[in-house]
Design a protein around this ligand. Structure first.
Ligand SMILES: *[C@@H]1O[C@H](CO)[C@@H](O)[C@H](O)[C@H]1NC(C)=O
Ligand SMILES: *[C@@H]1O[C@H](CO)[C@@H](O)[C@H](O)[C@H]1NC(C)=O
Length: 545
C-alpha cells in the first residue's frame, strides 16, 4: 500500500518534472530555432493551399467546409483573388525553405501557367479599384520582383498582366474633375461607378492606397502615367478640406470623389481610414519623396494629440476614434485593423534601421523617440488582445475600459482593460498584429516578439484548424474566438495566405533588411527604389499641399 503510493508519487513527480522542463525547453528552443518554426508555418500554408487546389482551384471565394466556391465579378470570370494574392508567399517561402522547396516550386510553376493561359482581366463587370489594386496589381508586381530576383519562371508574364489590369483601372480616373477616382470600374468598358451606398462617397483610405502600386508600375514600365494618376488624388483632398490646418492631418473616413470634400466627421485609424496614413509613410520609404514624410509627420502629431487613450486599470495605450470630429469625445473602440500602427510607427521612427543604429543617425529626434515608444506600447496592447482571450486569438473589435460602465452582455478581459461586444467576437485570421510584431522583432532583435508571434501562431493552429475525414487539415475564420471550443465559420480569407502566414514566416527569418523592402498594405513586397534611377526617369512629386 505504502510502497505503491510512494512509487505512484515518484512517477507523478517525475512526470510533472518532465512535463514542466521538457515542455519549457522545447518551447524555448522552438522560437529560437527559427528554421524549425518556418517549417511549421510552411506546413500550415501548404495544407491550406493543398485543400484549395483540390476543392476550390481557380475560384476567387472558397468555403473549405462545404467546398462551395464562386468568383468575385458578377460576370462569373475569375480575378485570381486567392491565387495571385498567395503567390509571392510561395516565392518567399521557397527562397527560405529547407524542406518544402520542390513542393513550392511545383506550385509556383502551376500558378504561372494558370496566370499566363487562363487569367484574363477583360471582364465585363465592375470591380473595386482599391481591393483590386492592393491584392491583384500588388500581387502581380511582387511576383514579378521575386521571379526576376530568384530567376524562376518568366517575370514578364506577371508584369504584362499587371500593366493590362492597371490600364483598365486607370480608366476610372478620367471621370471626376477632382482627380479622385470613383470606387469601382467596369474592367471591359472602363465605365467608372460611384459607391452604391454612403451617398456615393468613397472611403478615404480607398483612393489613397493605390500609390505604391501605381508608382512601382511607372518605374518598371518607364511610363509616368500611373504615377501621375495616383498622385493627383492628393491636391483636392488636402486643399479643399484644409486637411493640415482644420484637421491636423487626420482625415474623416468618407470623401465625395467629385469635389474631394469630406463627408461627415468620423475620424479613425480602423477600417476606411487606416491605409491613408500607411501610404503616406510608405511612399516616403519607397521613393524617398520628403513631402510624404512631412505629411505623415503631421498626421502622427495629430493622432498623438487627439486619439490616444490609456485603459483602466493597467494603462494599455490604444488609438481610439472621434466619430464627431476633433472636438468630439474619444470613443475607446479599436478595430483589430488598427494593430498595424505599431509596425508603421516603428518603421517611421527608424526608417528600417535597427533601433540602436537609428538612434545614432542624424534623422533621430524627440518626435521619433516618442513614436518608437508608442510603437512598442501599441504592439503590446495588440498582443494583450490575443493573450487575454480564452482561445488566445483576438476579436475583430475591442472596446477599452475608460471608466464608463461596461455593457452586461459584453465579454470582459481578465485584466479588465477591454471588452468585446457580442457582434464583434469573430476572428478572420487577420495579419495586423503579427505584422507589427515582425517589424519590432527585426528592429530590436528582442526575443520577446518571437515568443508572442509563436504563441499567436500556435493558437491559430490549435483553434482555427479543422481535421477533415481524410485526415487533412483546413484552417477557417472564426465566428467566435471567445467561446471554447471556438465556433468556426465556413470561410477563408485570401489574406491568411497573403499576409498572416507571410508575416509569421518573416518573423522567423534571420536576415531581413527592412531598409531594402517595402510591403504594400496587402503584404506584397516591393524593393525600395533608387533615387538616381527615379530622377533619370523623371519620376518625381508633382504637387504640394
Ligand atoms: C532569398 O534568400 C536569401 C538568403 O536568405 C536572401 O539574401 C535574399 O535576399 C532572398 N531573396 C529575395 C528576393 O527575397
Ligand atoms: C503610358 O501608359 C498609358 C496608359 O496605359 C498609355 O496610354 C501611354 O501610351 C503610355 N505611354 C507610353 C510612352 O508608352
Amino acid at each position: 500500500m505504502f510502497g505503491q503510493g510512494l512509487i505512484g508519487l515518484l512517477v507523478a513527480t517525475l512526470a510533472a518534472f518532465y512535463y514542466l522542463y521538457g515542455q519549457q525547453s522545447s518551447r524555448a528552443s522552438l522560437y529560437e530555432s527559427s528554421s524549425e518554426v518556418r517549417d511549421e508555418i510552411e506546413t500550415v500554408f501548404l495544407e491550406t493551399w493543398r485543400d484549395y487546389s483540390l476543392h476550390g482551384w481557380s475560384y476567387d471565394v472558397y468555403s473549405p467546409l462545404s467546398h462551395s466556391h464562386r468568383n468575385m465579378p458578377r460576370s462569373g470570370d475569375p480575378m485570381g483573388w486567392i491565387i495571385v494574392d498567395a503567390l509571392d508567399t510561395m516565392f518567399m517561402m521557397y527562397n527560405g525553405s529547407t524542406t518544402h522547396r520542390n513542393e513550392l516550386l511545383k506550385d509556383i510553376l502551376e500558378v504561372q501557367v494558370w496566370i499566363d493561359n487562363q487569367l484574363s482581366y477583360n471582364i465585363d463587370a465592375e470591380v473595386n479599384i482599391f481591393e483590386t489594386t492592393i491584392r491583384m496589381v500588388g500581387g502581380l508586381l511582387s511576383a514579378h520582383y521575386y521571379s526576376s530576383q530568384l530567376e524562376m519562371g518568366n517575370p514578364d508574364i506577371y508584369l504584362n498582366k499587371a500593366v493590362d489590369l492597371c490600364d483598365r483601372l486607370a480608366a476610372a480616373f478620367d471621370t471626376s474633375e477632382s482627380g479622385i477616382p470613383y470606387s469601382s470600374v467596369n474592367l471591359r468598358t472602363g465605365q467608372a461607378i460611384k459607391n452604391h451606398v454612403d451617398d456615393g462617397a468613397s472611403s478615404t483610405a480607398e483612393f489613397t492606397t493605390l500609390q505604391l502600386e501605381f508608382k512601382y508600375l511607372s518605374f518598371l514600365t518607364k511610363n509616368d502615367t500611373y504615377w501621375k494618376l495616383a498622385e493627383n488624388v492628393y491636391p483636392a483632398l488636402y486643399q479643399s478640406n484644409k486637411l493640415l490646418d482644420a484637421y491636423h492631418g487626420l482625415a474623416p473616413i468618407y470623401t465625395y470623389p467629385d469635389s474631394g470634400r469630406f463627408m461627415g466627421q468620423n475620424i479613425r485609424f480602423g477600417s476606411r481610414g487606416d491605409s491613408f496614413y500607411e501610404y503616406l509613410l510608405k511612399q516616403y520609404l519607397f521613393t524617398h519623396e520628403k513631402l510624404y514624410y512631412d505629411l505623415y509627420r503631421q498626421s502622427m502629431e495629430g493622432m498623438k494629440r487627439h486619439l490616444i487613450g490609456k485603459s483602466r486599470p493597467s494603462g494599455y495605450t490604444y488609438i481610439g476614434e472621434k466619430p464627431f470630429g476633433l472636438t468630439g469625445s474619444l470613443d475607446p473602440k479599436m478595430d483589430h485593423l488598427v494593430c498595424f500602427m505599431g509596425g508603421l510607427l516603428a518603421m517611421g521612427a527608424t526608417e528600417g534601421y535597427p533601433i540602436q543604429e537609428a538612434r545614432k543617425k542624424a534623422l533621430w529626434d524627440s518626435q521619433r523617440e516618442e513614436d518608437w515608444k508608442l510603437a512598442q506600447e501599441l504592439t503590446h496592447t495588440c498582443y494583450q488582445m490575443y493573450h487575454q482571450t480564452p482561445s488566445g486569438l483576438a476579436a475583430e473589435i475591442v472596446v477599452f475600459n475608460d471608466g464608463r460602465p461596461i455593457p452586461d452582455n459584453a465579454w470582459l478581459s481578465p485584466s479588465g482593460d477591454f471588452y468585446i461586444k457580442p457582434a464583434d467576437r469573430h476572428n478572420l485570421q487577420r495579419p495586423e498584429t503579427v505584422e507589427s510584431i515582425m517589424f519590432l522583432y527585426h528592429l530590436t532583435k528582442d526575443d520577446k516578439y518571437r515568443q508572442w508571434g509563436y504563441e499567436i501562431f500556435s493558437n491559430f493552429v490549435k483553434h482555427t484548424c479543422e481535421v477533415l475525414d481524410d485526415s487533412h487539415n483546413i484552417y477557417l475564420s472564426l465566428k467566435d474566438c471567445v467561446s471554447l471550443p471556438t465556433i468556426k465559420s465556413d470561410n477563408i480569407e485570401s489574406f491568411w495566405l497573403a499576409e498572416t502566414l507571410k508575416y509569421l514566416h518573416l518573423l522567423f527569418q534571420d536576415d531581413v533588411d527592412l531598409t531594402k523592402v517595402i510591403f504594400n498594405t496587402e503584404a506584397h513586397p516591393f524593393p525600395v527604389l533608387d533615387v538616381g534611377q527615379l530622377r533619370e526617369l523623371g519620376l518625381k512629386t508633382g504637387w504640394s499641399p
